[in-house]
Design a protein around this ligand. Structure first.
Ligand code: FE2
Length: 378
């Protein structure tokens, strides 16, 4: 399979504008129906630990938030406390899903002004939040669907998470599973909207396009998609954007759009240095992964060449492998982690490869189609 890497990171970094330097992903916030129980799930199943809490006990009247951490990943689970809360209609429309992709920046006011000037719709104006541990400046802009980006400037803050949160430790501290940081986050957008949103990331956020796939690259008999990967200048932030393409039956991107009722985050890919350990742990704790056909492993070495891992171990854990001209990667996708067939998690270990597993898309799609068939949505 020929390489789909159109540009090297170096080229992307040169091309990406530097008006919006991003230091990393600050946090990901999901709006959920029951934050307490969701927090227990991500702790028990994925090995996150308690970090912070906000709710009635901290003076927050309309919502409750549990903040969990593993490696550099901060996951905020927020639920409404009253029917008047703005979180409620979000859950009613979308089900549990990702509301905020927060970006860690040096200067939140500048990030807001630069992006709004370039056409971003404001979500909230810059505000300074203070407590005894210092101050944080935050500001928000809208992206696809009801999803938003919040810029977080925390250089003058020493508290546990953000002002308004108190440290939290329920006493239940599960072992981590080796999750280190967010590798990429994928957005699904509606028919014909991929280029619009890639343009948004290019023109408004200064990102550059790293890779593109069309429906000829990624399709099975039944499902198809188009995808472009946008990256910021540092390469720390990578946002693939998918749109459905016509297949014989309903594309899984279309199924997502139907159930999420619009565009939204399809998956969060988290990096590990030892995918065999991570996936073994996750499986033992009840995380469900997409089923990969046994036949996938029969011609694996022919497709990807020599790799460090034992094929039989990968076969047992159903871990996928793909290669590009820079190396290879190992990855696996969970089943949706919410009730609707929408958001899922990817586990990824990179061994040189900087791409996203295009060679696995077909295997993945075939696996997803078997699940769609069970739900009667093909
Ligand atoms: Fe991915």
């Amino acid at each position: 399979m020929e390489s789909t890497l159109n540009k090297t990171y170096k080229k992307v970094i040169e091309e990406a504008a530097d008006f919006l330097p991003i230091l990393g992903t600050d946090y990901v916030e999901m709006y959920v129906g029951n934050a307490k129980q969701a927090a227990h799930y991500y702790k028990t199943a994925f090995g996150f630990k308690d970090l912070a809490f906000s709710g009635l006990e901290t003076g927050q009247k309309d919502r409750v938030s549990y903040v969990l951490q593993q490696g550099k990943i901060r996951l905020v689970l927020t639920a409404p406390l009253s029917p008047e809360s703005e979180i409620w209609p979000h859950i009613q429309t979308h089900g549990d899903g990702v509301k905020v992709i927060a970006l860690w920046v040096e200067d939140a006011v500048k990030s807001f002004n630069e992006t709004v000037e370039r056409g971003a719709a404001p979500y909230f104006e810059p505000r300074v939040e203070k407590d005894a541990h210092g101050e944080v400046v935050r500001a928000g802009i809208r992206t696809y669907g009801d999803t938003v980006h919040v810029f977080v400037e925390r250089k003058n803050y020493q508290g546990v998470f953000l002002p308004g949160y108190k440290p939290h430790n329920s006493g239940f501290v599960p072992e981590d599973t080796g999750l280190l940081y967010i590798d990429h986050m994928v957005g699904n957008v509606d028919w014909g909207q991929m280029n619009t949103w890639c343009k948004f990331y290019a023109e408004v956020m200064g990102f550059a396009q790293l890779i593109s796939f069309d429906d000829k690259d990624i399709s099975t008999d039944y499902t198809a998609l188009m995808s472009k990967v946008m990256s910021n200048g540092s390469g720390y932030i990578k946002f693939p954007i998918n749109e459905p393409a016509k297949g014989k039956k309903k594309s899984q991107i279309e199924e997502y759009i139907d159930y999420y009722r619009g565009a939204g985050v399809q998956h969060i890919a988290v990096a590990t240095n030892d995918i065999i350990h991570t996936v073994s742990q996750l499986r033992a704790r009840g995380v469900e992964f997409l089923e990969v056909p046994d036949a996938y492993y029969n011609d694996l070495i022919e497709r990807v060449g020599n790799i460090d891992e034992e094929i039989e171990t990968l076969r047992k854990l159903r871990i996928l492998v793909d290669r590009d001209d820079q190396g290879y990667l190992l990855q696996l996708f969970t089943k949706p982690v919410v009730d609707r067939p929408t958001v899922f998690i990817e586990i990824i270990q990179r061994k040189g490869a900087t791409s996203f597993g295009k060679g696995n898309f077909k295997a993945l799609f075939e696996a997803i189609e078997r699940e769609q068939e069970l739900r009667g949505t093909l």
